[in-house]
Design a protein around this ligand. Structure first.
Ligand code: PHE
Length: 356
């Protein structure tokens, strides 16, 4: 057999098939048919061995030439397809940089969280420890252990949220003070702790009251602690939070778990006392008193220490608790407590961007 006359036809068929392939898949299929192992040119190439010796050279050259032409045709068609595919992809992936973007709205830490962090930082820097306790608390720890009598008015249902059923004596803690006793019962002395946390009271929801609010509790029990240490600690805290000009004042008060007890006032952040005795410049924030109530404090009642098995001849302590929502109001001038609970991120963002 001599395949030479067929070669021109084979080449033509291959070129036609490559040209007709409109997709890369079709082109690949045409390649298998016209270049592959069982394609006519490949078969012709293998047939060379069967030819008479003197014909092999010419046949080999002719077949080689035909295969070369087919291969070149294939490669050029292949690069055409590649260029087309690239162009189609670039078109599909084109980005219009002038289109408006959809931005993910950015959140912000709640101002109470930020305030807790800042308050705790002041104490951690002095070597105090941060403690936490449960919000649903044993009535005993919330009241009895803190020397509240069984008929103390704040136990009554109208102030305290009891968890059903009432005979389980579980309350939503009305202050962070139960963590005082929890700590004294589990820690070795001396104790220096602060307790950030949520507290609950059956209060109206209005501009100045929230049924869920936040306190920062502090407790120090060591040898020889007194009211002077308490005052020094509170002054340091006030200055760290509100600047060097900040002042605190203690007013005698009563708490069952401290003796003596006091309420802590901080000087008015709006008028700084300018409104006192000055009817021309009244201050709504402090009602022209020059001071705003910040929290409660006192020397730990020995009865509380004794209930925790502590020798009151050796150890004494002081404790304080402040309203953290109020602290945010002082520092940022927020005026309505309901903003704290409504969860509008604009409030958090505005507070986060405020005075720091
Ligand atoms: N627990 C008190 C309250 O909620 C505040 C307080 C804490 C007072 C510690 C004295 C000592 O009002």
């Amino acid at each position: 057999m001599t395949s030479t006359p067929d070669l021109a036809v084979l080449v033509k068929e291959a070129l036609r098939a490559f040209a007709a392939a409109t997709t890369m898949e079709e082109l690949k299929a045409a390649k298998v048919a016209h270049v592959g192992e069982n394609s006519p040119v490949a078969l012709a190439n293998r047939g060379i061995a069967d030819l008479p010796k003197e014909d092999r050279k010419t046949a080999g050259q002719a077949i080689g030439q035909a295969r070369g032409e087919i291969a070149i045709a294939y490669r050029s068609r292949e690069s055409e397809h590649e260029a087309q595919e690239l162009e189609a992809r670039l078109l599909a992936e084109r980005v219009d940089v002038t289109l408006p973007v959809t931005r993910r709205p950015q959140g912000a830490l709640h101002p109470v969280t930020t305030m807790f962090n800042d308050l705790c930082d002041v104490f951690v820097a002095m070597g105090w420890e941060v403690m936490e306790g449960p919000e649903a608390e044993a009535e005993w720890l919330n009241f009895d252990a803190l020397n509240f009598t069984p008929d103390h008015p704040s136990r009554f249902m109208s102030d305290t949220l009891f968890v059903d059923p009432p005979e389980h004596h579980l309350v939503m803690r009305t202050h962070t003070s139960p963590v005082q006793m929890r700590t004294l019962l589990t820690h070795d002395l001396p104790v220096y702790i602060v307790v950030p946390g949520k507290t609950y009271r059956a209060d109206e929801y209005d501009a100045t009251h929230l049924p869920v609010f936040h306190q920062l509790e502090g407790l120090a029990v060591d040898k020889g602690l007194s009211m002077a240490d308490l005052k020094g600690t509170l002054d340091h805290l006030a200055k760290a939070m509100f600047g060097d000009q900040a002042r605190t004042r203690l007013r005698p008060h009563y708490f069952p778990f401290t003796e003596p007890s006091a309420e802590i006032d901080i000087d008015c952040f709006v008028c700084h006392g300018q409104s006192v005795g000055n009817p021309d410049q009244p201050c709504r924030t402090c009602k022209s008193e020059g001071w705003i109530e910040w929290g409660g404090c006192g020397v730990v009642n020995p009865k509380v220490l004794q209930a925790a098995g502590i020798d009151v001849e050796i150890y004494s302590g002081f404790a304080f608790g402040m309203g953290v929502d109020r602290t945010v109001m002082f520092r940022h001038g927020a005026s309505d407590l309901r903003d704290f609970a409504e969860g509008d991120v604009r409030f958090s963002r505005q507070m986060a961007g405020g005075v720091r």
